[in-house]
Design a protein around this ligand. Structure first.
Ligand SMILES: C[S@@+](CC[C@H](N)C(=O)[O-])C[C@H]1O[C@@H](n2cnc3c(N)ncnc32)[C@H](O)[C@@H]1O
Length: 352
């Protein structure tokens, strides 16, 4: 899986326990990102729907959530990965924009990414292998990128991992059916089109930084639309020109989150949030009270690497200052009292 700001990698064991003790069989991951939480629920036997507004997240969800491993021939998949991995490089948009105009990837890897992405459209369009191979490509590119984990800037000196050769791997697919949806969480909850779930996991953005800017290289690799770009980081112009997600707007986000919490069709809601965001712990509890019993679990953790070493501009100079290196992650449980208490008891005392 890719490096991702706000990824719940370290919370997965807790979320698995919560899922198990909720008794749920169906689950919604409404801001799925890397899909790692959706995968965790699917791995516990749930039928999962994974939603996100980003194109790359939809590709990951089609791969890991919607694809039933039993429907694919493992030999065909491995052969396709080998074939793509062996293609000779070809200059294209990635090489020009992300290796020469900017320096997110080494040109030796950029030409191979261009060749593989082109071959995906020519040879695999419409195939069930397509999202799996596309995910394999994005993940391979992520392993050789030259960033701190976000694509607002690249490193002044090449990251050591950028020297390695791009290498595609077969994604670890899971058995079972699921659904991938690209869309706006608030609109989808409003129109009711997602249906009902036993458990809904909500992990919205925490600040004004939009994910499609932080991961614009992956967005372009998936969209494959050779977009106009701007700035040193060569971001897609749509990042600048289109409205931000309501969850990235300080004044509107609390009401939007409250509407999603109240409106999502689910037995129990599990909401991730942290102490760097625009809503306080008490406000979170208040907005979840509409669903019944509310409990807050508290986890201390390190912030992402960029926050720990500081962000640097293209000239290598630090931009801003490192304010703190730890934060608090909240997991809020809301639903009927018996279920919420059972879930809380399963993870032990996490009240502070
Ligand atoms: C904190 S991240 C989720 C991380 C995810 N749980 C993981 O472990 O990878 C928030 C996600 O919300 C998505 N997002 C932002 N605005 C959205 C919206 N209006 N509707 C749906 N998804 C949105 C972003 O693309 C991002 O992937």
């Amino acid at each position: 899986m890719i490096k991702y700001l706000g990824s719940k990698r370290r919370l997965v064991p807790v979320l698995e326990t919560l899922f198990d003790f909720s008794g749920a069989r169906t689950a919604l991951d409404l801001f799925t990102g890397t899909t790692r939480v959706a995968q965790a629920f699917k791995g516990r036997g749930a039928t999962v729907t994974a939603v996100d507004s980003a194109r790359y997240a939809e590709a990951f969800a089609q791969c890991y959530v919607a694809t039933d491993a039993r429907d694919l021939d493992a030999g065909d998949l491995a052969a396709a990965v080998d074939h793509l991995d062996g293609l000779p490089g070809e200059e294209g948009y990635v090489t020009e924009v992300f290796c020469r105009r900017s320096r997110f990837l080494r040109p030796e890897n950029g030409v191979r990414i261009d060749a593989i992405r082109r071959a995906l459209d020519e040879d695999f369009a419409g195939s069930p292998l397509f999202p799996v191979l596309l995910t394999s490509l994005v993940e391979a590119a992520d392993r050789v990128d030259s960033t701190t984990g976000v694509q607002m800037a690249y490193l002044k000196a090449w990251a050591a991992r950028a020297d390695r050769a791009l290498c595609l791997r077969v994604p670890d697919l899971l058995d079972g059916a699921g659904t991938a949806v690209r869309g706006d969480a608030l609109e989808l909850v409003r129109d009711g089109s997602l249906g009902g779930f036993d458990l809904a996991y909500l992990d919205p953005p925490y600040n004004r930084h939009r994910y499609t800017a932080n991961y614009h290289v992956w967005e372009t690799l998936v969209a494959w639309d050779a977009p106009e770009h701007y700035g040193v980081a060569c971001k897609r112009t749509e990042v600048r020109d289109e409205p931000t997600s309501v969850f990235n707007r300080k004044r509107e986000m609390p009401a939007a989150l409250a509407e999603v919490v109240a409106g999502v069709d689910a037995g129990v809601v599990v909401l991730s949030y942290n102490d760097e965001s625009w809503i306080t712990r008490d406000e979170l509890v208040d907005l979840c009270a509409v669903r019944g019993e509310v409990r807050v679990l508290v986890f201390q953790q390190d912030r992402y690497v960029g926050a720990r070493i500081g962000i640097h501009g293209p000239d290598g100079r630090p931009v801003g200052e490192v304010s703190h290196t730890r934060n608090v992650e909240y997991v809020v449980l809301a639903g009927d009292a018996a279920t919420v208490r059972r879930m809380e008891a399963a993870v032990g005392d996490r009240s502070r």
